[in-house]
Ligand binder design. Structure first.
Ligand SMILES: CC(C)(COP(=O)(O)OP(=O)(O)OC[C@H]1O[C@@H](n2cnc3c(N)ncnc32)[C@H](O)[C@@H]1OP(=O)(O)O)[C@@H](O)C(=O)NCCC(=O)NCCS
Length: 219
């Protein structure tokens, strides 16, 4: 874990596995109820347990204060496009029949989904504790994610957000632009938005990337 200090907090990439529960709790705040009964079980405790079990510690960015209290989290994926818990955890969360069926659907979806190319990173969730919002923590986490992706040679970052989410302003401020819109149909009322927007941030153009590689090879 490497942390960059920002006054009273630091942004780290990767968390201790023992912190996954706290990460899942923070994630549950804004997203839990929207996903409950769909991707997550209705009971809060079961939903948090399932989320924690589906997370990989290396994919979590965390903003922590100096006492180790989580102030914000972001989940960044390189290849797998969906959360992917193991069968036993899904059965444990939804019960044998419903869990078994959901597991089948999850597995088919994972098999069908095209893995992201190595050059794309996906931000699957960015959450700052309510009492800590508006102090630049979300921006600092995004900047760290962008910097890491650039250093690792990624071409682009992607994320999906509801059209009514005020976080759009933050994403647009750091340079993300909308590349796709898709309606959510009957889920509009529950989600509180009608469309999901896919945003992309181009880190370096393909031509520029190839030129850089050629330059490196020539040295
Ligand atoms: C979006 C979020 C991560 C921003 O974190 P933050 O630490 O408050 O962000 P910053 O302080 O760096 O920047 C604040 C910007 O976020 C926007 N914002 C979005 N929701 C906000 C909120 N509830 N409170 C304050 N600012 C919010 C503001 O427009 C502000 O932009 P501005 O500075 O241009 O006015 C945070 O509001 C949050 O956790 N929201 C709930 C979860 C969510 O919707 N996540 C995004 C979808 S994945």
């Amino acid at each position: 874990m490497i942390g960059a200090p920002h006054g009273d907090y630091r942004v780290s990439r990767g968390v201790d596995p023992a912190q996954l529960r706290a990460v899942a709790e923070l994630f549950y705040g804004p997203f839990g109820r929207k996903l409950s009964g769909v991707l997550l079980p209705r009971r809060q405790e079961a939903a948090i347990r399932l989320t924690a079990s589906a997370l990989c510690p290396g994919e979590v960015y965390a903003a922590m204060d100096h006492d180790g209290v989580l102030m914000g989290i972001a989940i960044v994926r390189g290849r797998a496009p969906v959360l992917c818990p193991c069968r036993a955890d899904v059965v444990d969360a939804f019960g044998r029949l419903s869990g078994g069926l959901r597991w089948l659907v999850y597995s088919l979806a994972v098999r069908r989904a095209r893995p992201y190319p190595r050059s794309t990173r996906s931000i699957e969730g960015l959450v700052v504790r309510e009492s800590s919002r508006g102090r630049g923590i979300g921006t600092a986490m995004l900047e760290r994610i962008i910097e890491d992706a650039r250093l690792e040679g990624a071409h682009e970052l992607e994320l999906v957000v509801g059209d009514t989410n005020p976080a759009r302003r933050l994403y647009e401020r750091v340079g993300f632009t909308v590349i796709k819109r898709g309606g959510v149909g009957p889920f509009a009322r529950r989600f509180g938005f009608k469309e999901l927007l896919t945003y992309k941030l181009q880190l370096v153009t393909r031509d520029a990337w190839q030129a850089l590689r050629a330059e490196g090879a020539a040295r």
